[in-house]
Write a protein of this length. Structure first.
Length: 202
């Protein structure tokens, strides 16, 4: 009798997330972009769209998913909106996104990490500025939750249409050369990968 290499509950959790990601990719049209894709290396996006999501989930990502689920349950009690989705046309493209929460008109983005950063990480700031543009809000909060503490940073400068178009039409590979390739599952197959030791903060 064969046994699953991971606990059944963990396997069900990963299967649910995998099916969600497959659905997102299947529904995506060629002129549509997710906010999260615009904050990443374009080669990573192309690899991900071609090969699809992995069925395995790293424990750190699982922890983040569970934290987001807890936030949803809390906000469901009437404190705000969670997992808010929006689409917005810009030029010939459509940008799609789902922010973690909107409370009293403020867009919140929750990040779990090993240690709270001394300042907001640039790729997280870019993501939240995209959400501010998408949801047409002026104020956002990056909320970092880690074993050593909780810290929040205000972000108040949404991108404009031209900046969003530049992210779509003038992609970078990698977008964050200091660290992105070191954590990329496709780096061994990518001709644009920056080789070297892992450095920088994610």
């Amino acid at each position: 009798m064969s046994e699953c290499p991971v606990d059944r509950l963990v396997a069900l959790f990963m299967e649910r997330k995998y099916n969600e990601e497959v659905k997102r990719l299947v529904e995506l049209r060629p002129n549509e972009w997710y906010v999260t894709e615009l904050t990443r290396c374009r080669q990573w996006v192309l690899f991900s769209r071609f090969y699809g999501p992995s069925k395995l989930m790293k424990p750190a990502l699982m922890l983040g998913e569970l934290a987001h689920m807890g936030l949803q349950m809390f906000l469901a009690e009437g404190y705000g909106e969670s997992e808010v989705e929006a689409n917005k046309q810009v030029g010939d493209y459509v940008v799609k996104g789902r922010c973690d929460a909107i409370v009293d008109g403020v867009v919140y983005e929750l990040k779990t990490c090993r240690a709270v950063p001394q300042s907001p990480l640039p790729h997280h700031v870019l993501q939240l500025r995209l959400y501010l543009w998408l949801f047409e809000r002026q104020q956002g909060v990056l909320l970092y939750v880690a074993p050593d503490g909780v810290v929040s940073y205000n972000v108040e400068c949404p991108l404009d249409d031209q900046q969003v178009l530049e992210l779509i039409e003038m992609p970078e590979s990698p977008r964050w050369p200091e660290w992105e390739c070191s954590y990329c599952e496709f780096s061994q197959y990518c001709g644009r990968a920056v080789r070297g030791e892992r450095h920088g903060k994610r």
